[in-house]
Design a protein around this ligand. Sequence first.
Ligand code: FE2
Ligand code: FE2
Length: 209
Amino acid sequence: MVEAINEYLSKCPEEVQNHCQRTGMLMDALLKEIDQSHKMKGYRLDGCSPYYYHDLGKCIVPGGVLKKKQDLSPGEWKIMKRHTRFGSILFDQLRELTENSEEKDFCQIGGIVCRDHHERWDGGGYPSGLKGAAIPFLARVCAVADSWDAMVNNRCYRRRLSADDALSEIEKGIGTQFDPEIAAAFLRMKKCAIRRESIKQRSVEYIVR
Ligand SMILES: [Fe+2]
Ligand SMILES: [Fe+2]
C-alpha cells in the first residue's frame, strides 16, 4: 500500500515530495507536544503515518501550474486548489482496492488530511469552508505544520521567511487560520527548539574559539 502511495508521490516535483516529508516529521513532533501521538500508533504502515502525504494530489496538478514563478491566474489557482480533492480521491481509490482493514484505515485518514488541510479555523478555507472543530483534528494539525514549512523554505515563486517572521505569521493566524490550541503548542515547541539551537550554536562557537 505505502509503495503504491509513494509511486503517486514520486510523480510530484521534488520540492513537493520534500515538503510532504518535512511537514510529516513536524506533525510527528507537534502531536507529541500535544500528547496525541499515541493515538496515531495503530495507524502506521511500514514506518509511515497517513499524514505524510498531505499534498499527494499535486501529482495530478500540471507541472506548469505547480512550478510557475509568477502569480497564478484565476483558472490556474482553481486547479491548484483542487489538489486537496485529488489527494482524497487517490486515497479513496486505494482504499477500495484493498481488503486489509489497516490499509483501509490508513487510506481513510490520509484522504481526510489531503482533503481538509487548507480549511481555516474561521471557515474561510477550502475546499468546503469547514469551521472550527468541524475541521478534522489531523487536518488542523497539518494546517499549522504545512504553513510553517511553506514559509521557512524557498518556493519557486518566493524567497523563504526568517524563523522569527514565520513565528509571527503563525501567531497572527491564531483563531483565524489556525486552531488556537494547536498553534499555541506549535509556537511553544518551535521557540523552545530555536532557543536550544542557539545555545548549541553558542557553545560550539565557544569551543572553537
Ligand atoms: Fe496543500
Ligand atoms: Fe502543503
